[in-house]
Design a protein around this ligand. Sequence first.
Ligand code: NDP
Length: 287
Amino acid sequence: MMAQLIDGKQLSDQVLQEVASEVELLRAEHDIVPTLAVVLVGEDPASQVYVRNKVKRAEEAGMCSIAHRLDAECTQDVLNKLIDHLNNDPKVHGILVQLPLPSHLNDEEVIASIHPAKDVDGFHPLNVGALASGRPSLVPCTPQGCMIMLSQVHPDLSGKNVVVVGRSNIVGKPMAALLLQANCTVTIAHSRTQNIEALCLNADIVVAAVGRAEFINADWIKPGATVIDVGINAIDVDGKRKLVGDVDFESVARIAGAITPVPGGVGPMTIACLLLNTTRAAKHQLA
Ligand code: NDP
């Protein structure tokens, strides 16, 4: 028996349709077009692809999206001034700075300089604190997308044993906070965790956000468990570039109850949630 596939492409289309209806409502009732400003510093090829996708999707949902491209050598001061300008522009509802930034720039300083109400990535310390204390406002997009995917299989997550592998600020930590809020029993595993395999084997749900190609295999997964694969890793197969997750899909799909594919899983959900956050931000700013 193969696991149920949680189709991120299809689910993200549903979310985007809801976003498009909200956008239409804001336009009709308040003459507002939710607007997302995306800031890209430098020429990192992966970041360029992400930014292009975000802008394209935003426009498909009827939103306005403006990409601000700064060259790789830009100073912190120039970047701060741009953020300042976007913070003060009433027509801009969401600001996203594509990470990682070139090493001479300070990610944390930049994140903290974004107005919390426009922080559609949910990385500002105020939004992080709100999530940690159970009063979420703008929630990080990737974990938010994972929660929507999980709701397809588990309408009630209460009491589930979940292992989140990875503790980054972008994925692992906010994921754990959302699961805790949904009354799961959450274990966060990381590079210093001992017996990680045994921990996962005991889990009803495993969320993999490790950044290592096909790291988790079938021996780690309890039969029937749900597996959410956040990883996006480019590997070389017979001279061709292939995208794989942090989960060995082939083996795990034979034992899991439900699984997300890569590509076509968490990735499209992340973008859909970014647009959801932008629409929410626009609504809050209206209020
Ligand atoms: P980070 O590199 O920031 O974090 C990776 C985490 O995995 C760390 O907490 C690290 O532990 C842990 N880890 C590394 N090696 C091991 C190991 N051998 N055993 C156990 N834990 C380990 O990555 P991100 O969280 O930013 O991203 C994770 C993956 O998700 C990447 O593949 C990334 O490309 C992908 N991603 C996908 C998105 C999407 O939209 N689908 C969005 C964001 C990320 P420690 O803290 O101890 O170092």
